[in-house]
Design a protein around this ligand. Structure first.
Ligand SMILES: *Cc1c(COP(=O)(O)O)cnc(C)c1O
Length: 368
């Protein structure tokens, strides 16, 4: 791997392929695979990731918002793209780019039918989400009859899939709750299928669902974090390879005398002589202030250098008193060994948040 000369997020596409293959080995052959590439593919760059995954023949993509789907289309992605959380204001843009909306409530369903009808569409593919316990988005079970009637009343749209989302698929203490969600989704699917006379694609599992609930794989699964290399448990992490390495380079070394302070608000004051290294990334690059004052770290020449004082917008200072290093040496915030999950845990958050926080000014470099 090339040494960093500035702050970069290095993305290993071979590792992405490994993760995809592992996830596919955990689902039946006939089960479709939807790759979740929302939030810049969890910070790694949605277009590059989607292009690579399209070449590896995933069946579907999902993004959260319409503009994310537009970007993929503009980069030439041709597979179907599900927009998980569209807003009415974006419907004409969504249709223009052949994106497929999740219609999660009577209001948004009726508004979409109106727009699709006005544009004279026939059988425009749509998806419907059911709320089975997450209480975030989706139709309730008691709205199935209304849904069936509404779908039968128009030719403008076609129900391609129905889905639901698990609230605690990574938490085996919540197994009973999860099994209830699965049963409720099965009941909904059965009633709806009977009422409309055909069976749409059914999907429910995110990454942890794929790994922990094979009985809920149905016709398709949706994976995000697994593709990016995290299995959400110590046991499962062994099967995955984190695809992203956040690394940078030491800008300057300072020797701090007893009584001197480091950084804003003088948050760190030393009683003993300390050596610090200043690194060119800060909270504007995705290393939030919660990682300051000894929580987060950089790995320099194989050793952990904790963050000293507050995280600045564009810089952090790390303690290298016991580490042989010099200006120009590489510093790793997270990689496949000391992972984003480990780093995130130092501030009580999760890999998802850290990965999606790596800001757009950090250059992405792809290993092919
Ligand atoms: C983000 C998201 C996923 C992906 O979840 P992972 O835990 O990253 O695999 C799947 N389904 C829905 C509805 C989502 O919002």
């Amino acid at each position: 791997m090339p040494k960093a000369e500035e702050t970069i997020l290095e993305v290993d596409l071979k590792a992405l392929e490994h993760n995809l293959n592992h996830l596919k080995s955990r689902i039946p052959k006939h089960t479709k695979f939807l790759a979740v590439v929302k939030a810049f593919a969890y910070g790694s760059d949605a277009c590059e990731i989607a292009k690579h995954l399209e070449s590896l023949n995933v069946d579907y993509f999902a993004v959260a918002y319409t503009n994310e789907g537009v970007q993929l289309r503009e980069e030439g992605i041709t597979k179907p793209i599900l927009v998980l959380h569209p807003q009415t204001v974006s419907f004409t843009t969504l249709i223009k780019h052949q994106l497929e909306p999740n219609l999660y409530s009577p209001k948004i369903l009726e508004e979409f039918i109106e727009v699709a009808s006005a544009l004279n569409y026939n059988n425009y593919p749509i998806h419907v989400k059911f709320n089975t316990g997450l209480n975030r988005l989706g139709f309730a079970e008691h709205q199935v009859d209304y849904l069936a009637e509404t779908l039968k009343s128009t030719e403008a749209i076609h129900l391609t899939s129905i889905f639901s989302h698990l609230a605690a698929s990574e938490d085996l203490n919540e197994r009973e709750f999860t099994l209830n969600q699965i049963n409720s989704f099965k009941r909904i699917a059965e009633t709806l299928t009977k009422a409309i006379g055909f069976k749409p694609i059914m999907h429910m599992c995110n990454t942890s669902g794929i790994l922990n609930y094979p009985e809920a794989h149905f016709d398709m699964v949706r994976s995000g974090i697994g593709l990016y290399g995290y299995g959400n448990s110590e046991k499962e992490n062994k099967n995955f390879k984190p695809i992203s390495t956040l690394k940078t380079v030491i800008s300057q070394i300072h020797d701090i005398e007893p009584g001197e302070s480091v950084g804003y608000n003088r948050a760190f004051t030393s009683k003993i002589p300390v050596r610090t290294a200043t690194l060119p990334l800060g909270h504007a690059d995705g290393i939030g202030r919660q990682y300051g004052n000894g929580k987060g770290y950089a790995i320099i020449n194989g050793k952990k250098a904790p963050i000293v004082g507050n995280v600045c917008m564009d810089m952090i200072m790390v303690n290298v008193t016991d580490i042989a290093c010099k200006e120009g040496d590489e510093a790793i915030l997270f990689d496949a060994n000391t992972t984003a999950e480990d780093f995130a845990e130092t501030a009580n958050t999760i890999s998802y948040e850290l990965l999606t926080s790596v800001s757009q000014r950090v250059k992405r470099v792809f290993l092919k």
